[in-house]
Design a protein. Structure first.
Length: 155
């Protein structure tokens, strides 16, 4: 653990102790001061002897916080997309499909009709795109104009 991390942990502990001291009721301050003194020795011991473990813990905590932030942002963007336009919702649904995500598919609208255009490689992909579009926007009118275009590798 580098010196900055150790100093940061010590500063956080010191700030917490002073805050607790300032906010504790007057009748309990002497007990609180006694506990701070006893804990301060332990903090010194931990900072001098367990630096690697603290560094690992801080690294793991930072990773978990980053994962949680990523998860929350994904859920928020899904909620925004779900409440967004039908075109955006259908594009998102198609981009999440394992095979359709790699296909050149466009989603547009003419008046109140959603049009799906592009090329897929099989009847199953055509049906999957049609199904996803209708499930994503069941109240709308959708026209599937996808072409089935077999690649030379499959022929």
């Amino acid at each position: 653990m580098d010196q900055r991390l150790g100093s940061g942990v010590a500063a956080a502990a010191l700030l917490g102790a002073f805050t607790g001291l300032a906010l504790s009721p007057a009748a309990n301050r002497s007990e609180f001061i006694r506990r701070i003194q006893r804990s301060w020795r332990r903090l010194e011991h931990v900072l001098t002897n367990d630096r690697e473990r603290i560094g690992l813990s801080v690294g793991l905590a930072a990773t978990k916080v980053a994962d949680l932030a990523h998860y929350v942002l994904d859920r928020i963007s899904e909620a925004v997309a779900a409440s967004g336009s039908p075109i955006t919702r259908i594009r998102r649904a198609l981009s999440r499909h394992e095979r359709l995500a790699t296909r050149a598919i466009s989603v547009d609208a003419i008046a109140d009709i959603i049009i799906i255009q592009g090329a897929v490689e099989s009847e199953e992909e055509w049906q999957a795109a049609d199904f996803l579009a209708h499930m994503t926007y069941p109240e709308g009118s959708i026209r599937n104009h996808l072409r089935i275009q077999r690649s030379s590798a499959t022929e």
